[in-house]
Structure formats: C-alpha cells, structure tokens
Design a protein around this ligand. Structure first.
Ligand SMILES: [Zn+2]
Length: 452
C-alpha cells in the first residue's frame, strides 16, 4: 500500500495497493515512468544520473497482479524524494568558476543593492535555463505521477471508478492564495495601501512580517492587518539569508521564530529568500509553512517540490509557492505583463491545484509595477468567480487540508460518502478512464476534468 498516494487522494485503502515486484537497485538515480514523468530514486532498472541525459523508461516493467499494481520502484520513496528535493545535487556539474560566482553571491547577498543582485540573478537564470528538471515555470511531476498511479489502479480494478475525497471544499475546482512578504520599512508603510487594493477586488491575503532587525513591528501594525480580516504570518527571523547555515544556529533561531509565532498568534511561517531544508522543518511549531517553491529556477536556492497541491511535511501543512514572484517577474525577467502569471494559472487549474502568489508591498509601490498587480487582482477576482476557484486566507487552506487528511470515503449502500469531522464541506469525487484518459467527476456537480 502507498501512504503517499492514499494521502493525496484519500481513497479507500483497497484502491491504493501498490507494491514493487523486483529488487530495487542500491543507488538512487533518474529514470522515466512513461514518456512524460521523470522520477528520482531507486528503481528496478539501472538508473541514469543526469536529468538531461538518456535514462531508462521503467514503465514496461509495471505489472498488475489481481487488483494490486506491482511497480519497478517504491512510490512513497519517489514522492518523498521529489517533495523533499533529494534529487538536487545529483546532477551538479557546475564548473569551478560558476561555483565561485554562486558562493560569492550567497555570502555577499545581504549587502548587495537590487541592481547588483539583478545582475547575479540573471547569471543564475542563464545557468538554469539548461535545467530540464524540474520543469519551468511549473513542475507537476508529483501530481502527474499520482494521476498515472490512479489510472493504473482503475485499470487493475477492472475499470471500476474509484471514489476519493475531492481536493477542495464544496465543489471548488481549485484554489488561489495571495501572500505579501514585507521586506523593508517602505514595504511595511505601504501595507495599508495594499490592503485597500486587495479589498477593492475582494481578494483575501496574508502578510509575512520579519520580527527582527529589518524594521519596527508594533502591536498596532499587526492589529491593523488582523482587524481588517487579513492574516499575519512570521517571515524568517531577521532575513539575513543565513537561517540554515548550520544546525546550532538554526535551532537557536527556530526557537525565537516559534516564540514570535505564539506572541503574534500566527499559524503560518515562511523563510526569507525561500531558503529551506526539508530535513529540518520539524523544528517549526506552526500549523503550516509556505517556504517551498514548486520549481526554484529563479530563487537563490535551486530545486523545487514538483507539486501544485498542499502536502504534509511532518506535522506542517506545506502550501508550496506555485507561481513566479513579483520580484522575479519584474526585475529578473523584465516583464510587466500578466502573460506568465496567466500561463501558470492555466497550468495549475488543469490539475485542480493551488495557485500561490507572492507580491511584496515593497515592489509594487512603483506605479508601473502596481498597475500590473492591479491587473492581476482584477484577473483573479473574475477568474475565481467564472471558474469556481476558492480564494481563502492561507490558514483556511491549511485547516481544510488537515481536516481532509482525517477524512475517509466509506461505503453507504450502493454508493460512497465522506466520513469524518468537517465532512459536510467535503465531496466524493470519482476517478475513471474515459476515452483512454483519466477523468475526475465531482458528485452532484458539473465538475468534470480530464487529467491525463
Ligand atoms: Zn522575504
């Protein structure tokens, strides 16, 4: 049985029977599962190392045995490797010069002006354009792999439709969250203006506030955000880029970060600069985290969690960043249009995923950037209505995901129902194969989606 698959779909256990038949090789490496899906981990085939190279397709080694699917890899291991970015470093072939530039950048980053940072970041971008995995701008490997496994399970069960707990409450087809990391004093002072803007378009959002060194944080400032129905979260400790430098320093800082979380009565956290270490996140005592990018080509630390769905990282609900940050759009890519954001929204919506945005108050004070952001707000408010997308505060997404993780689908006569606390908001959905493709139907709604 695969617990990762079970947690993704919340389907009855009898439909999550995945085993692995063959002996798995001792060394993790890259391999294909079908034409489209790149995996990293141990497999039954000799694995290749480089994501750009030729690696074996292990799909033909898959076998169905009664209603059990025997795979040439361990599903839980592969999904964990992707979400925890364990593939990073496996293909590092940076020249010495590039390593030196990168190191210089990391060490001096806190002292660099925006102009100099842009120069370094464009260098990174050129370097990362050559990376084919994760896919840019969005990587859905985790989601595509889960969908492929669901299709295999449907077939192994005689093409019977498989019930699962629909991803979102009610009949929502997807979810959009808007978040604001407050970087500097000017940004802090523009939060009121930004709340006015968001409110004008009916968009709910959270503000991530840095507790120490960057700017003063008064109780009145935090209350001003909460009082208007927005959410406050903790953003790093002092945002100097060194949170994960060594274990001792990290634990010291994590303790202080947790104290600010309690003092400010916040439920969510995001690190500075999207720096992260998937093996250390259990030191954070929050309900949820938002520090993992989907595909980190434009972030200082490369990698990506390869999913557009929330997931559990230990006790934390992880809400991954799935769209390009405003800073990267304006200052690295030099784009002042919605084109990329719209492309990302379409890609996420086609997998019923979570679209998560970061727009900094600091970077939309300037008129040109602010107009682009206003266009985004207008676009999102219209799209959420037209496409029936949920637009809650991040904490409400985390609450839902935690609640959903405790629900199950149970037989009720000839049909199925969702059981567990909060299930009145939940819907049964069915996965089935139509015209050779996996589709989802949400019960009692017109929501019908072709997936793969
Ligand atoms: Zn930040």
């Amino acid at each position: 049985m695969s617990s990762s698959f079970l947690n993704y779909y919340r389907c009855p256990e009898e439909f999550a029977k995945f085993g692995h038949a063959q002996e798995l090789g001792p060394t993790p490496g890259y391999f294909h599962f079908g034409k489209q899906i790149t995996c990293f981990g141990r497999s039954a085939a000799p694995a290749a190392g480089m994501p750009n190279g030729n690696f074996p397709d292990v799909f033909p080694l898959t076998q169905a045995r009664e209603n059990e699917v025997m795979l040439p890899f361990d599903t839980d291991e592969i999904l964990e490797n992707l979400r925890k970015e364990r593939y990073v470093g496996a293909e590092e072939t940076l020249s010495f010069a590039r390593q030196l530039v990168r190191k210089t950048y990391y060490v001096s980053r806190p002292f660099l002006s925006v102009g100099v940072r842009k120069h370094f970041q464009r260098f990174h971008l050129r370097e990362r354009r050559n990376i084919s995995f994760p896919a840019w701008p969005i990587d859905k490997t985790v989601d595509n792999l889960c969908a492929e496994l669901m299709a295999l399970s449907v077939r192994a069960n005689g093409n019977r439709r498989i019930p699962f707990v629909w991803f979102w409450p009610n009949e929502y087809k997807g979810c959009v969250i808007v978040t604001h990391d407050v970087e500097h004093e000017e940004g802090r002072d523009f939060c009121g203006g930004l709340m006015d803007l968001d409110s004008r378009y009916g968009i709910k959002s959270s503000f991530q506030v840095i507790p120490e060194e960057r700017y003063g944080v008064s109780d009145a400032f935090l209350e001003g955000i909460r009082g208007r129905g927005f959410e406050v979260n903790v953003h790093d400790l002092n945002h100097d880029g060194h949170l994960f430098d060594n274990r001792g320093l990290f634990l010291e800082r994590a303790k202080k970060i947790n104290e600010y979380g309690r003092k400010w009565r916040t439920e969510g956290f995001r690190t500075g600069g999207m720096y992260r270490n998937a093996e250390w996140t259990d030191a954070f005592e929050f309900d949820y985290d938002m520090s993992f990018p989907n595909a980190a080509h434009l972030e200082p630390q490369r990698g990506g969690c390869c999913t557009v769905m929330p997931y559990f990282a230990g006790n934390l609900v992880e809400l991954p960043l799935t769209t390009t940050q405003d800073y990267s759009l304006f200052h690295i890519l030099g784009k002042y249009s919605l084109d990329l954001w719209k492309e990302e929204m379409n890609c996420i919506a086609s997998s019923n995923g979570l679209a998560a945005f970061i727009v900094h108050p600091d970077y939309v004070i300037e008129r040109r950037a602010r107009l682009v952001y206003e266009n985004l707000l207008l676009y999102l408010s219209e799209l959420c209505g037209a496409a029936n997308l949920w637009q809650p505060l991040p904490r409400d997404v985390a609450h839902w995901w935690r609640e959903r993780s405790r629900m199950s689908v149970e037989r009720s006569g000839d049909t199925w129902k969702v059981a567990g606390p909060g299930s009145e908001r939940a819907r049964v959905a069915y996965a089935q194969i139509e015209d050779g493709r996996l589709t989802y139907h949400v019960e009692n709604s017109s929501c019908r989606q072709f997936i793969a």
